[in-house]
Every structure is written in C-alpha cells, then in structure tokens.
Design a protein around this ligand. Structure first.
Ligand code: G3I
Length: 395
C-alpha cells in the first residue's frame, strides 16, 4: 500500500478527486494504449494464433484457469452454445442464479434449482464451479427481491446475512472453487472518506458486515477460495474515480488481513471500455503487486470489452476490442498472483451489454470472444495470444 501511495505522488489521492479529475486524466493518459487504438484503426496489428486449441487448454498449459459466466436457461435452450461453452471453459460462473433475486423467492425459502442445474452441467463437462455472489448491496435495489428491502433492518440484518451465507455456502460445500463473498464494496461517488459503497448492509451493520460474511463463509466451507470482488469498471468513470477505488480497496484489504478476516483473493471485474481504454498500465501493475504483497491471489472475474461507442464498422470494432483484451491480459498475467481469467459471458448472443449498454445505432454489441453464431472473433485470438505468451505459473 505504501508503495502504491508513493507512486501516486505526495498529494493525498482521495482528496480533491473531483476537482482534479480532468487534469488527472490528461496528465496520466495511458498513452501507450491510446496509441494502440490508433494502430488498430490502421489495421496493422497482428492477432495471429497458432493452432486451434480452446482457451481452457491454452490457459491450463500456463497453470491458469479460464472460464465464463452463463445462465441455466441459456444452456438448456441452446445446445450449440452449451457445446462451445464446454469446449472453451474450465470454470463456470452462474451470471445470476446465485443472487438473492433467484435463490430467495421469500424470506424463508431457498430455491437452488437453477444454480444446481448449472453445477450439474459444470460437473458433467469437467468444469469447476464458482459462486457469484453472497453479499451485494445491489440485492437491496431493483436487482434484488422486494422482501429484502421491505423486511430487513438494523435489528435483523446480522441474522439474515449469517443465515443466507451459511445456508448457501453449506449447500455447495466441497463443490465450489471460489465464492465472491462480498461484491462491489466500493463506490467513491457515495462520498464516504473510505470510499466504501453506502449499501444497506453497511448502513445496518457497519463496516464489520464484510468480516462477518467472510467468517461465516469460511466456517461453512473452509475449502472454497474466499474472494472480495472489486469493481474495476470503466463505464462512466474518470481515472480519478477508478484510482480512488484502488486506494480504497488496498486500505480495506490491509485492514481485513490485519484483523484476521479470512479473505484469500481479490476479484477484479474488468468491465473495460473499448473507446478510451482507460486503464493506466503502470498504475494497474503497481496495484496488482500491492495486492499480491498482502499474500492474496487475484482473479479477473468479469472481463468484457464494451463496444457501445466504437465505430459501426465491425472489422474496426472487433480490432479495437481485441486490442484492449490483449493489452489488458498481457499486463495482468505478468503478475504471478493472477490465477484465473473469467469473461462475463462467452458469446455476443448472450451479453448483459445488449440490455444495459446498447448502441445508439441499434447494431448488436460485440464485447465477447465468440460472435452471435459462436464463431471465434479477434477477441478470442487476443485472449488466446495473451495466454500463449503468459509466464508459466507451474514453473
Ligand atoms: O430472469 C428474468 C426473466 O425471467 C425476465 O423475463 C427478464 C425481463 O427483463 O428479466 C430476467 O432477469 C434479469 C436477469 O439479468 C437475467 O436476464 C434481470 O431483470 C436483470 O436485472 C439481470 O441483470 C443482471 C445484473 O447483473 C443484475 O443482477 C445481468 O444479467 C448480469 O450480467 C449483471 O451482472 C453484474 C454482476 O453480477 C456484478 N458486476 C456487474 C455485472 C454487470 O452489471
């Protein structure tokens, strides 16, 4: 953390962020990446890949794990997609089936049927299974069940949280690779000095809700890797806001480690925006090092590259998206603590961006490795190249 602060300069980074946001973004432009975007427009960049081995095998050859998020309805209704999914992925993440909105139809009921179907698909295709997510502030919002926001308060919140985490983690005990125990804890836009998202869990239980969730999960299944999933999110944020998240999450991780909270890994979502390729390579690298130096593993948990504002031309768009994938992954895979890469979906046919970040020209979005017809795109090549060139974790 000290190292990271030093790199940010003497100015206290958390203060005056809004005022300095514009100049900060200009002064710290990820020049190399913007240059790359220009190069992609020139169509000179080479995305050649040797052989046709699937991503799961290329990752495994380097001691890495690759997989994607998907849904039970998608797999049961689209056998061709399911076949591609099994071919490319070594780990499956339910995109929504383990959220309160699906698991908890009422305060006293748990419905595991959809998530169990995904687990069964994963097992029958020799994939690992990953849990997303146990505790998430958004569950109190429009994404969560109505009963949660209507019935939970500071008196019963602790009991509700413990009961949920214990029941769900025990249900999958011994079968879960990892759990996003707490998801999206940061939002500097909420104005707190520590940058924490001002969620209902925080409001009802204070900052200790994070520790409580991790301890409960550890007790219910000591073997599943316990992850704090962190919003690394390009959408609508400037560099100052993104850096504030990183400062905040490092502080929190230091605090959790110091007090003995059983957190084992940081999940970095990685919803990247194609047009501006916001990430700053030097800072991202320093951030990963600082997280690793706390003894934590790192997982890239929700990677995709948003093409909402890219040019309409599919060739140009695909090249820019592929360039961002390769630049980002090449950089993060240099950090030995990074063990896993998960894309938030596999094919453009099924992506949250088509609903949440659609294009003004109504053209279908293309943020994922396979196109709508399950054909490998340049984004697939880019990921394959980054895996092929990654340092080997087994050495
Ligand atoms: O299942 C119902 C379906 O029955 C109904 O017909 C349909 C009508 O809109 O809604 C369906 O539920 C939607 C669900 O996605 C499945 O498609 C919900 O309304 C919708 O809110 C939900 O959105 C998900 C969102 O999280 C909120 O939970 C997205 O698919 C999912 O990609 C997104 O994932 C989040 C991660 O959990 C956390 N990080 C950010 C990421 C992207 O926002």
């Amino acid at each position: 953390m000290a190292k990271y602060r030093t790199r940010l300069g003497r100015r206290t980074f958390l203060s005056g962020l809004a005022a300095t946001a514009t100049s900060c973004a200009i002064a710290n432009q990820p020049r190399q990446l913007n240059d790359n975007v220009q190069a992609l427009r020139d169509e000179k960049r080479d995305f050649a890949v040797v052989g046709d081995a699937p991503l799961r095998d290329r990752a495994a050859a380097k001691g890495l794990l690759y997989g994607a998020a998907t849904g039970s309805q998608i797999l049961s209704s689209d056998s061709a997609f399911a076949e591609s999914f099994a071919k490319e992925c070594a780990i499956l993440v339910p995109e929504n089936e383990l959220k309160w909105s699906v698991l908890r139809p009422s305060p006293d009921r748990f419905d595991f049927s959809q998530a169990d179907a995904l687990l069964s698909f994963a097992r029958s295709h020799k994939m690992l299974f990953r849990g997303h997510t146990l505790v998430w502030g958004q569950d109190f919002g429009d994404f969560g069940p109505k009963w949660l926001r209507e019935t939970v308060n500071s008196k019963n919140a602790e009991q509700v949280l413990i009961n949920h985490v214990k029941t769900v983690v025990e249900h999958y005990a011994g079968q879960m690779h990892s759990w996003d125990v707490v998801n999206e804890v940061f939002d500097p836009r909420h104005g707190r000095a520590d940058g924490l998202a001002n969620t209902s869990w925080l409001k009802f239980l204070g900052i200790n809700y994070i520790d409580l969730a991790f301890r409960t999960a550890a007790q219910a299944d000591p073997k599943a890797l316990r992850v704090l999933n962190f919003t690394e999110y390009d959408l609508g944020e400037n560099e100052g806001q993104r850096e504030a998240r990183k400062v905040g999450v490092l502080k929190l991780l230091e605090r959790l480690k110091a007090q003995g909270t059983p957190v084992q890994a940081l999940g970095i979502q990685g919803h990247l925006e194609g047009i501006t390729t916001h990430f700053n390579p030097r800072r991202l690298k320093a951030f990963l090092r600082d997280v690793a130096s706390l003894g934590l593993k790192i997982m890239i948990t929700e990677l995709d590259v948003i093409d909402q504002k890219l040019p309409l031309d599919v060739d140009v768009r695909d090249r820019i998206v592929a360039g961002v994938y390769e630049d980002y992954l090449s950089l993060v895979l240099e950090e030995p603590a990074v063990t896993t890469v998960i894309t938030w979906g596999l094919s453009d046919r099924y992506t949250w961006h088509s609903r949440f970040n659609s294009r003004d020209d109504k053209a279908p979005v293309r943020p994922l490795p396979l196109d709508e017809g399950r054909k490998r795109k340049l984004a697939w090549n880019a990921i394959a190249r980054a895996f092929d060139r990654s340092p080997n974790r087994k050495l």
